[in-house]
Design a protein around this ligand. Structure first.
Ligand code: GTP
Ligand code: MG
Length: 345
């Protein structure tokens, strides 16, 4: 077989479909660096995607997410299932201690062609970090990885954004980090499909489980609603999604460092995967994902078009006028849109 041409879009696409890891790494670099091949590559990959089950693993710093992802990956591999791992670190633009630690732990999995691990930080990309993560997940999906695990630290909006990329979101809690359940914020409960109470070898794990059960019985915001993942989206729901009782997030106690409870956790994730498929909820999530992604890209595209077409001086002048309160920002925006003629107003 002749060696594949990794300089062209077609060559890269063909190679990645055949499981060529160099092609995989190159495509991801194109996407991360936003090169001119990025868009045509993503366009070509899109039709090849849609098969992987995407699992988001989120939680407060230090709860054991990376250790857990490592243990989960090993269990999937024992079952013959291939896994792509994306570690998202929105806080550090450089490979900091946490990422370095991840690499050391992940070394157990190195050399296995059924595993691909990639760390991502805020870097130049077509969209923001959430979009870049979705794009890299698409590459791994098109490359044939059956499960894609995305680890992200639960800070600010990022967990919600990443969650809109995942089919199953695992929220990781750990006892003894202050209050009972640190991440009990409306946002994180809303996105959880499965809970892992990790560090169950530590005191207080049962209390954390109890606290979670309490929260769940008090009523998690209804799942699979139009407001799912905090976004109001214009979608019609399949009838089977209207039952909010259909899925109650299970809670698993785990000791990631000893791989205890992780088989049960993986089984819980797989049960959710089956639930999504059988109830039709997966289709709904795909629709939500598509709607979110379209809006995000549309917003960026229109913004760039207006900014590209507006004269720098007129933007500066408007900024100045708004800062001096001579003009309100709404009127300023309308003037910019009118001036550039990008959108009929
Ligand atoms: N006792 C105990 N320690 C654990 C367990 N799981 C992970 N740890 C330890 O907790 C520390 C943090 O683990 P990580 O897996 O890096 O946690 P993380 O959530 O990925 O951390 P960030 O990515 O920095 O947010 C490490 O020292 C782990 O060895 C566990 O089940 N029990
Ligand atoms: Mg980590």
């Amino acid at each position: 077989m002749s060696s594949p041409d990794l300089e062209t879009v077609d060559g890269l696409l063909a190679a990645v479909e055949n499981g060529n890891r160099r092609a995989l790494a190159r495509i991801i670099s194109h996407i991360e660096n936003g090169t001119e091949l990025a868009r045509p590559l993503l366009a070509g990959l899109y039709a090849r995607g849609g098969r992987a089950h995407i699992i988001g693993v989120t939680g407060a710093p230090g709860t054991g997410k990376s250790t857990l992802v490592n243990a989960m990956t090993q269990i999937y591999r024992q079952r013959g299932i291939t896994v792509g791992v994306i570690a998202v670190d929105p806080t550090s633009p450089f490979s900091g201690g946490a990422l370095l630690g991840d690499r050391v732990r992940m070394r157990d999995l190195a050399g296995d062609p059924g595993v691909f691990i990639r760390s991502m930080a805020t870097r130049g990309s077509l969209g923001g970090l959430a979009q870049a993560t979705a794009d890299v997940a698409l590459v791994l999906d098109a490359a044939g990885f059956q499960r894609i695990i995305i680890e992200t630290v639960g800070v600010g909006q990022s967990e919600v954004e990443i969650a809109s990329t995942a089919h199953t979101t695992v929220v990781v809690e750990a006892p003894g980090l202050g209050d009972e359940v640190q991440a009990i914020k409306a946002g994180i409960l809303e996105i959880a499909d499965v809970f892992a109470v990790n560090k169950a070898d530590r005191e207080g794990a049962d209390r954390t489980v109890m606290a979670l059960k309490m929260m769940l019985s008090l009523g998690v915001p209804e799942k699979f609603q139009v407001m799912h993942h905090g976004r109001m989206l214009p979608v019609t729901m399949p009838a089977s999604d209207k039952d909010p009782e259909a899925w109650t997030p299970p809670i698993f106690k785990t000791i990631a460092t000893q791989s205890k409870g992780v088989t049960e956790l993986v089984d819980g994730i797989e049960a959710h995967r089956l639930y999504l498929e059988q109830s039709g909820a997966r289709l709904l999530r795909e629709r939500l994902r598509a709607a979110t992604e379209l809006r995000m890209l549309l917003r960026d595209a229109l913004l760039n078009r207006v900014l590209d077409n507006a004269a720098t001086e007129s933007i500066d002048a408007l900024v100045e006028a708004v800062a001096n309160r001579e003009l309100d920002p709404y009127t300023a925006v309308n003037r910019l849109i009118a001036e550039t003629g990008c959108i009929d107003s």
